[in-house]
Design a protein around this ligand. Structure first.
Ligand SMILES: [Zn+2]
Length: 371
C-alpha cells in the first residue's frame, strides 16, 4: 500500500497542519500518522489538502456563438479533465450537464471529478429558466428529453417540474428564486411565490433530493431559505433579514463571475455580513460565465474576505457537508475517500494554487504528477 510520506496534513475544520504520513488502501485513506510502513511516495516539503469540491459549476454551459448541439457536450471533455488536474475532485453542476455525463465518467470514457447534476434551472414563466425571445417566443435551445422543461406556474406545476428532473436523473433540484442579474437590475425580476417554492422543496424532499436556489436579492434569499432550500447561490445583495434567513442554509457566494462587475464590493460586503453572523459557507466558482475561471480563482477571492483557512474549509469539509458527502470525503481521515492534493510548500497561501499543485489523487489513483 502506498504511503504519502513527509508532508504536512491540513485539518480543514481548524486550519491546523501537522506533520503526518497518509497510507492509502485502494480508493480510501487507511491511516494517518507518523512513520507508516508501505511503498513510500515522497511528499516532503509539501502540504496535503483534501481534494477540492466546487459546489457550483457549469461544465456544459453553452457558448454565446451558435454551434451545433454536440459542441456544448464535447467542450465539457477538456473542461472536466482540466478541473481534475487542478485538484478539483468533486463538483455540483448547477445546470447544463445531463445524467449521461455521469455515465461517461463512471465508464471511464472521459476523465473528471465526481459529478452531481441538476439538469436545468426551474423557474416560473418569465423567470430565470425561461429563454424567451421577442421575435421567436419561447425557445428551448436544449430541446432534449435528458434536459427536461424547467418551467412551472403554480405549486402543482412546480411539483411536476421537480418530478421531471428526478425522472431524468437529477441529483439536486435547482431553482431560480430570483431572475438573472440583468432581470433584477432592469426591474423584470419574475420570482416564484412562497407557495410554489414550498411545494418545490417538499416534492424534492419526497424524492430524496435537496434544492439549490439562485438568488441575487434579499427578498429572493429570504423566500428560498424560508422554503427550505439547502443552499443559496450568489446572494449578491444581502441585508440583515437575508443573513438571518441563511441561518438554516448554506451560502455559496460565487464571487468569481461578479468580481469585475460594479457589484463586486456589495457582494463582498454581503459575504462579510454572512460570515460575521456565522452562516455556513461553501465554495462555488460558477465556472461558466468565463470558462477560464474555476475554483482556484474563487478560493483566492474568498480568502481575501474570509482568510485562507476559512476559504479552504469552504472548498473541502464544509462543501462536503452541504452535499451530504461528509462521511465520504472532504477531510483527510481514515475511512474517507483518497481524494488529495499535494501542494508545494507548507503554508495555506491560495493566491496561486495551480502554480503550487504538485500532485493530485482521485479515488486513490494519481491524476498528475509534476517532477
Ligand atoms: Zn451558475
Amino acid at each position: 500500500m502506498r504511503v504519502l510520506a513527509g508532508a504536512r496534513v491540513l485539518d480543514p475544520d481548524t486550519g491546523d497542519t501537522t506533520r503526518a504520513d497518509v497510507r492509502l488502501d485502494g480508493e480510501r485513506i487507511a491511516e494517518v500518522g507518523l512513520g507508516l510502513a508501505g511503498e513510500r511516495v515522497d511528499c516532503s516539503g509539501g502540504l496535503l489538502i483534501p481534494g477540492l469540491i466546487d459546489c457550483h459549476v457549469h461544465v456544459a454551459f453553452p457558448r454565446p456563438e451558435p454551434l451545433p448541439r454536440s459542441a456544448r457536450i464535447l467542450e465539457a471533455v477538456p473542461v472536466l479533465r482540466g478541473l481534475l488536474a487542478r485538484g478539483i475532485t468533486t463538483v455540483r453542476d448547477a445546470w447544463g450537464a445531463d445524467a449521461g455525463f455521469k455515465h461517461a465518467l463512471r465508464e471511464g470514457w472521459i476523465a473528471g471529478p465526481d459529478l452531481l447534476v441538476s439538469l436545468r434551472q426551474l423557474s416560473p414563466t418569465g423567470g430565470l429558466g425561461d429563454s424567451w425571445e421577442p421575435p421567436a417566443g419561447g425557445v428551448d435551445h436544449y430541446g432534449d428529453p435528458s434536459l427536461p422543461d424547467p418551467l412551472f406556474d403554480g405549486p402543482d406545476a412546480a411539483r411536476a417540474a421537480v418530478r421531471r428532473m428526478v425522472r431524468a436523473g437529477a441529483d439536486w433540484v435547482k431553482v431560480g428564486a430570483s431572475g438573472a442579474m440583468r432581470a433584477v437590475r432592469s426591474g423584470a425580476d419574475v420570482r416564484p411565490t412562497d407557495d410554489e417554492l414550498a411545494a418545490l422543496v417538499d416534492e424534492a424532499r419526497r424524492c430524496g433530493r435537496d434544492v439549490l436556489a439562485h438568488a441575487h436579492t434579499s427578498e429572493a434569499v429570504v423566500s428560498a431559505a424560508g422554503a427550505g432550500a439547502r443552499s443559496i447561490e450568489h446572494g449578491t445583495f444581502l441585508d440583515d433579514s437575508a443573513v438571518a434567513a441563511l441561518a438554516g442554509a448554506w451560502y455559496v457566494p460565487t464571487l468569481s463571475p461578479i468580481s469585475d462587475s460594479e457589484f463586486a464590493g456589495t457582494h463582498r460586503r454581503s459575504l462579510r455580513l454572512a460570515a460575521e453572523a456565522g452562516v455556513r459557507i461553501a465554495a462555488g466558482s460558477d465556472l461558466a460565465p468565463r470558462p477560464h475561471v474555476d475554483l482556484t480563482t474563487e478560493l483566492r477571492l474568498l480568502a481575501e474576505v474570509l482568510g485562507e483557512a476559512a476559504a479552504l474549509k469552504a472548498a473541502t469539509s464544509e462543501a462536503a457537508r452541504l452535499l451530504r458527502l461528509d462521511d465520504d470525503r472532504g477531510r483527510i481521515e481514515p475511512g474517507l475517500r483518497a481524494d488529495l492534493v499535494l501542494l508545494d510548500g507548507t503554508d495555506l497561501d491560495v493566491t496561486d494554487l495551480p502554480g503550487r499543485t504538485r500532485a493530485v489523487w482521485h479515488d486513490g489513483k494519481a491524476v498528475s504528477a509534476r517532477s
